[in-house]
Design a protein around this ligand. Structure first.
Ligand code: F6P
Length: 328
């Protein structure tokens, strides 16, 4: 039977991602439009435990569409993994008669939401928000497009100085155990090579590639290293390459958290708005334990179980081969 949801809370959890504010705005306003009482939970699941749950109106989300980060703040909450923490969170929701929950985040967020929903029968809808783009059920996750553009902008700048000095740069990008960000930014920045968590790194092949470039008068080389690459981080790779490739002037840049900040791209503003709108609309219609995601150009539902179970991004070998070909 369709639940008659009256009070809906929204939270962001895990790593922040550009576009989360657009999504919060859309979720809050969609609920208000349908005469629901809307709440914002501060600092993700931690705010549920600490009872840091605040009523929101349409004006609470004014002028945030263009802002990076999340106005609700976020956290990686260990206490919510414990039965006691989850129980406290549930009691705090009960005290405010909150009967619907929208969680915006990545796989850690969904794991918590699934357990919470199963244990207490909470009506919950997930929104994929992570720069890593590694969730099953959405072609793109919120924040990924902005992060790609931020990384490209940084690499373009590094390319200028790398070219001027004839240098070899190793640039480390985020993505945890997914190489999606690294592969896409390698294509878009014309990197000479990319090292990914999904593939074994062959130092021999990398050096051969760099030597070929040097012998065909490449003035600079950029190697993108995904942070989850099994051989090691950008510093480790640079050190190993330098030992065998001594004449090259080698530098390392770790892009770090600048990849997660900044004003969301137009794409992420639109995606965040669509996903926030869809999350609350589906919650009101009685959907629960599902994630809203973009497939093709349509918003589709995927069960949290499936989104988590099949969450690993499958690296596209054809794109990797293309990167290799185009960087000769
Ligand atoms: O999941 C998003 C992400 O930015 C990953 O790419 C990265 O590995 C991780 O979060 C970093 O997390 P934190 O900000 O907690 O160090």
């Amino acid at each position: 039977m369709k639940p008659n949801i009256k009070n809906i809370a929204v939270l962001t959890s895990g790593g922040d991602a550009p576009g989360m504010n657009a999504c919060i705005r859309a979720a809050i306003r969609t609920g208000i439009y349908h005469q629901k009482n809307m709440f914002g939970v501060m600092q993700g699941y931690q705010g549920l435990i600490d009872n840091n749950i605040i009523p929101m109106d349409a004006r609470s989300v004014s002028n945030i569409l263009h802002l990076g980060g999340t106005i609700l703040k976020t956290a990686r909450c260990l206490a919510f993994k414990e039965d006691e923490g989850m129980e406290t969170a549930f009691r705090n929701m009960q005290a405010k008669s909150i009967d619907g929950l929208v969680v915006i985040g990545g796989d850690g967020t969904f794991t918590g939401a699934k357990r919470f929903g199963e244990k207490y029968g909470i009506n919950v809808i997930g929104v994929p928000g992570t720069i890593d783009n590694d969730l099953y059920g959405s072609d793109f996750t919120l924040g990924y497009d902005t992060a790609v553009n931020t990384i490209i902008e940084a690499i373009d700048k590094i390319r200028d100085t790398a070219n001027s000095h004839d240098r070899l740069f190793f640039i480390e990008v985020m993505g945890r155990d997914s190489g999606c960000l690294a592969l896409r930014t390698a294509i878009a920045s014309g990197a000479e090579a990319v090292l990914l968590p999904e593939k074994e790194t062959s130092l021999k092949d990398l050096i051969t590639k760099l030597k070929e470039g040097a012998s065909t008068k490449k003035s600079s080389s950029i190697v993108i290293v995904s942070e989850g690459n099994k051989y090691g981080g950008a510093y480790d790779i640079a050190k190993s390459v330098k030992r065998k490739f001594t004449h090259y002037d080698t530098k390392v840049t770790i892009l770090g958290h600048l990849q997660r900040g900044g004003s969301p791209s137009g794409y992420d503003r639109i995606l965040g708005s669509r996903l926030g709108f869809a999350a609350v609309s589906h919650l009101i219609k009685g959907e629960t334990m599902k994630m809203v995601g973009l497939r093709g150009n349509e918003i589709k539902l995927t069960s949290l179980e499936e989104a988590l179970h099949a969450h690993t991004y499958k690296l596209e070998d054809d794109l990797l081969e293309m990167t290799h070909v185009l960087s000769i």
